[in-house]
Design a binder for this molecule. Structure first.
Ligand code: DSN
Length: 434
């Protein structure tokens, strides 16, 4: 049984027709319910968002855009897509929103195609310093069909902004390479992004500013982190991280001509039929994010991240850049024990019911499958109602497990304690939604 009667009854229905699939889904439900989710890019959606995704909207082809579809029968699909667009525009204070991207990478692909031609140069932060694979990795479309140049962080330990973006160097890289676009917004960067400063550099060289706010979208929508508008020409995001919606993407702009290019780039350029059940769930999630409670949630996300970072610092771990301004932190494990790796820590913590991901730290000498760091985030635990006191408990468990080198008995004891805490803070349910 899960935390939620509607989810349980849907699972019973699936079980009656396909017990094999139902058991796997039920096991995953139990896993989510009984473990602490610290992966910074994950969250727990509300039952309304979850079940909008399971609705009849999945049955329909709706290629095209509201009012201009390639299939009949789209009356209500037009309505739900317009609702999602209007709510996205209100959330971020912009003029145009395309809610159809299946993912953040596809949102980025559409954005790239709208502001650059194949082969054009763009500036970004490299993956190993906190960027994303769609920000110019050679094996990704962004590195195969475009020409990335990367700007650095401050790598000198003595610098007051150690491991933070070196804006003077961003300008130098841009003046030297004259990129057609500058990309800011990251997957593993714990500090505030100065969008105005990026825009000033973009204006100096006549480049577009593209902000990928996938991680911090919820914080931007609630002004807990500065909004990329009006500075960015194009903003892309996922909808399932701090924004707490269904898995998917979103592209926004204030420029009418760019909005037309974005629409064409996404469909028919990158995608075929939109996932209308996900578009419907985006509308529901954006509606939730417009409520005052969501701002309170985002404030608590940052408070919790800071509490976890402080508690880990007190236990001898180093938080890169000295702390966090948002929902995530990168923990340098080697400050606690030079032999500790991200891969070991991830596995030992998983055995203890604490779900994390290994992550390189800036200038990490270890390869990506090993790493010296862990990336931790507070969005999911905050959704469950956990606060600073729970963050201290979590830091204690992390330290116990890592200090004991993943000892099986310790992991098993911690796993029991974690499950007990999770039972006190259930995942979102219909009852909680009132
Ligand atoms: N894979 C996502 C993350 O975990 O940050 C980014 O797309």
């Amino acid at each position: 049984m899960s935390h939620d009667p509607i989810t349980d009854s849907i699972l019973d229905l699936i079980r009656s027709q396909d017990p094999e699939a139902a058991e796997i889904i039920a096991a995953e439900q139990d896993r989510q319910h009984s473990t602490i989710e610290l992966i910074a890019s994950e969250n727990h959606v509300s039952p309304a968002v979850q079940h909008a995704m399971g609705s009849c909207l999945t049955n329909k082809y709706a290629e095209g855009y509201p009012g201009a579809r390639y299939y009949g029968g789209c009356e209500f699909h037009d309505q739900i897509e317009r609702l999602a667009q209007d709510r996205a525009k209100e959330l971020f204070g912009c003029q145009y929103a395309n809610v159809q991207p299946h993912s953040g990478a596809q949102a980025n692909m559409a954005a790239f195609m709208s502001i650059m031609n194949p082969g054009d140069t763009f500036a970004s932060l490299v993956l190993k310093d906190g960027g994303h694979l769609s920000h110019g990795m050679k094996i990704n479309f962004s590195g195969r069909f475009y020409t990335p140049v990367h700007y650095p962080l401050h790598y000198e330990k003595s610098h007051p902004e150690f491991e933070q973006i070196d804006y003077d160097a961003v300008r130098d890289v841009c003046l030297e390479h004259k990129p057609k676009a500058i990309l800011c917004g990251y997957s593993a960067y714990p500090r505030v992004i100065d969008f105005a400063r990026f825009r000033a550099i973009a204006d100096e060289i006549g480049a577009y500013l593209l902000a990928d706010i996938a991680h911090i979208a919820g914080l931007c929508a609630t002004d807990v982190h500065p909004n990329p508008f009006p500075h960015a020409h194009v903003v892309t995001t996922t909808t399932h991280k701090t924004l707490r919606g269904p898995r998917g993407g979103l592209v926004m702009t204030n420029d009418e001509e760019l909005s037309k290019k974005i629409n064409r780039s996404l469909f028919p350029g990158v995608q075929g039929g939109p996932l209308m059940h996900v578009v419907g769930a985006k509308a529901v999630a954006f509606g939730e994010a417009l409520k005052p409670e969501f701002r309170t949630y985002c404030e608590q996300v940052v408070t919790n991240a800071r509490a976890l970072a402080s508690a880990l610092t007190e236990r001898g771990y180093r938080i890169t850049s000295g702390g966090t301004d948002n929902h995530l932190m990168l923990v340098d494990l080697t400050a606690r024990d030079e032999n500790l790796t991200g891969a070991d820590a991830e596995a030992w913590l998983e055995a203890s019911g604490i779900i994390t991901n290994k992550n390189g730290i800036p200038d990490d000498p270890r390869p990506p499958r090993v790493t010296s760091g862990l990336r931790l985030g507070s969005p999911a635990t905050t959704t469950r109602g956990m606060g600073e006191a729970e963050m201290v408990k979590i830091a204690d468990w992390i330290d116990r497990v890592l200090d004991d080198g993943g000892d099986e008995a310790t992991c098993s004891i911690v796993r029991g304690e974690v499950a007990a805490l999770c039972a006190e803070f259930p995942m979102p349910s219909v009852a909680m939604a009132g």
